[in-house]
Design a protein around this ligand. Structure first.
Ligand SMILES: N[C@@H](CCC(=O)N[C@@H](CS)C(=O)NCC(=O)O)C(=O)O
Length: 216
């Protein structure tokens, strides 16, 4: 059962996986505290032994909630959905639910891990082309799928985990200068979602650890 203690999010302002969790907290109207984990400074604070006790993969996010520590943003989002009232993050209809999971998995398993910091640091000089390649590969799969499933949002007219995954991935795509004109449905959904408060308050330009020069 939910306790009265505020959850604690260990995250990084620019991490797309941390942003997913921040959007979910905002959509559910849950107050939480943030502990910044700087992925760059000192070789990456996620790589310390102390942080490894929170997330054995040495990645953000990690979330302390209800007396347990969770990692993996999709598990966190689904835990919030299963334990907290408010807007549903996965639809009740099994077919819509399956579509939400497909879109979320394409992003969370098929795109983001391939352009994650740990991977691109190993790739070195080719990192921009590498990241563009894998983001394009995923978006080429997502664009026709979203054309079928989308209404106002990724799946019909209700915001879901798919939208929570999409917006931070488009942010990464823009950082890597992917040509978004190739993906009109993804672009339209992203623009619509960025107008919503939960996506605005959780935006990387607006977090406690956002450096002054990147603040909106
Ligand atoms: N599947 C994990 C992925 C977590 C992940 O890749 N986090 C990135 C930031 S978005 C990270 O911590 N990267 C640091 C590193 O690779 O050293 C999730 O969804 O939480």
């Amino acid at each position: 059962m939910a306790t009265q203690t505020k959850p604690v999010l260990h995250g990084y302002f620019r991490s797309s996986c941390s942003w997913r969790v921040r959007i979910a907290f905002a959509l559910k109207g849950i107050e939480y505290d943030q502990v910044p984990v700087n992925l760059i400074k000192d070789g990456g604070q996620q790589r310390t032994q102390e942080y490894k006790t929170l997330n054995p993969m040495q990645q953000v996010p990690a979330v302390e909630i209800d007396g347990i520590t969770l990692s993996q943003s999709l598990a966190v989002i689904q835990y919030l959905d299963e334990t907290r009232p408010g807007a549903r993050l996965l639809p009740a209809d099994p077919k819509k639910r399956a579509h939400v999971r497909i879109i979320s998995d394409i992003i969370a398993s098929g795109i983001q891990p391939l352009q994650n910091l740990y991977v691109i640091q190993k790739i070195g000089a080719e990192k921009v082309q590498w990241s563009q390649h894998f983001i394009d590969r995923g978006f080429q799969a997502l664009e026709p799928l979203l054309k079928q499933t989308a209404g106002k949002y990724c799946v019909g007219d209700e915001i879901s985990m798919a939208d929570i995954c999409l917006v931070p991935q488009v942010y990464n795509a823009e950082r890597f200068k992917v040509d978004m004109e190739q993906y009109p449905t993804i672009k339209r959904l992203n623009q619509t979602l960025l107008e919503i408060d939960a996506f605005k308050v959780s935006h990387p330009s607006n977090q406690p650890d956002t450096p002054a020069d990147l603040r909106a």
